[in-house]
Design a protein around this ligand. Structure first.
Ligand code: ZN
Length: 317
């Protein structure tokens, strides 16, 4: 990896390449067609080949009795969108290239769309990221920790500092050392049940080591079994590192996430905190992926159709 210290640029896409390669509807369409149907366009209904009808800008199924006409957007998150493809490409570029995340408002200004469109666009791209992330369990050495996001600063009183915990939202995170992260909003709070749940959903049962702080919820969640050890450091007793046992990795993820919120979202809507976490997860887990732009575009093409109505009615957690 070239990292921040210079060296050769990763094989991603820079701004001038974005304009050169994807600066028109036709270029975007050809690119999507190539990554969606690398072995030739197939009818989504029956898998038959298809012929390009240039006068109508559609593909038509070669099977007479089918004759289905479709575009490269068919059965993907792009299907119901009237937005030009290049605006989708610009939004994807902005979202993955903004290390601290990007608000719908910034996308609105930079892509020249309405706020509602920008909001819908960014949320649909996030949805595609979530689906593409799939289910890869964390393994090896995994650190688990909780933090609080959002909330209002407490009215400063004598001897009282900090934030009002009651308006903050607990987030649980699991981080594989040298690997990926999985972050989950836990509106019911951090407790043995949510810790157990996170373990079951995102951590490989055969993972070797689990490190946490000494909070009783981790003891209670019984993370040790025949092939997994659980050890903790006691922060209250000022113990932060004991040999290999520490939670510094997950804590650095928290501080990165919190900085990204401060930098990008003037008002973090806690309703959509799940989305922000999803987007952050995607960027973090792909931090060494030279083909992130392509893979995010691929995610869009592979993702389900989602309407505006479904999106705003998405359950809170
Ligand atoms: Zn067909």
């Amino acid at each position: 990896m070239s990292g921040r210290g210079g060296g050769p640029r990763p094989k991603g896409v820079n701004f001038s390449e974005l304009v050169e390669r994807y600066g028109s509807e036709e270029k975007c369409r050809d690119y999507l067609t190539a990554i969606r149907w690398p072995n030739g366009v197939k009818c989504p209904r029956d898998g038959y080949g298809a012929t390009w009808i240039a006068t109508r800008n559609v593909w038509e199924c070669n099977r007479r009795s089918c004759g289905y006409q479709f575009t490269v957007r068919v059965s993907s998150v792009l299907q119901d969108s009237k937005l030009p493809l290049w605006k989708w490409f610009v939004a994807v570029f902005l979202m993955i290239e903004s290390k601290k995340g990007i608000s719908a408002n910034q996308v609105r200004r930079m892509a020249g769309v309405s706020y509602k469109t920008a909001w819908f666009l960014t949320h649909r791209i996030r949805q595609a990221m979530v689906e593409a992330q799939g289910f890869r369990r964390l393994s090896g050495t995994v650190e688990i920790d909780a933090t609080y996001i959002g909330g209002k600063p407490r009215f400063p009183r004598k001897g009282k500092r900090g934030w009002d915990r009651s308006t903050k939202i607990p987030v649980l995170g699991a981080v594989e050392r040298g690997g990926g992260i999985r972050l989950r909003v836990e509106r019911t709070g951090e407790n043995m049940g949510t810790v157990r749940n996170l373990m079951n959903r995102v951590v490989d049962p055969a993972t070797a080591h689990i490190y946490t702080d000494a909070a009783s919820i981790y003891e209670g969640a019984k993370l040790t079994d025949s092939d997994t050890t659980h050890e903790s450091v006691n922060h209250k007793a000022d113990e932060w590192v004991r040999g290999d046992v520490h939670t510094n990795t997950v804590e650095s993820v928290w501080s990165l996430f919190k900085r990204s919120i401060v930098g990008s979202y003037h008002h973090l809507s806690t309703k959509h905190l799940d989305w922000y976490l999803d987007e952050f997860e995607w960027r973090f887990n792909n931090r060494h992926n030279d083909y992130l732009f392509r893979d995010t575009i691929k995610a869009l093409i592979g993702s389900d159709v989602m309407t505006y109505k479904q999106l705003i009615e998405r359950p809170a957690s």
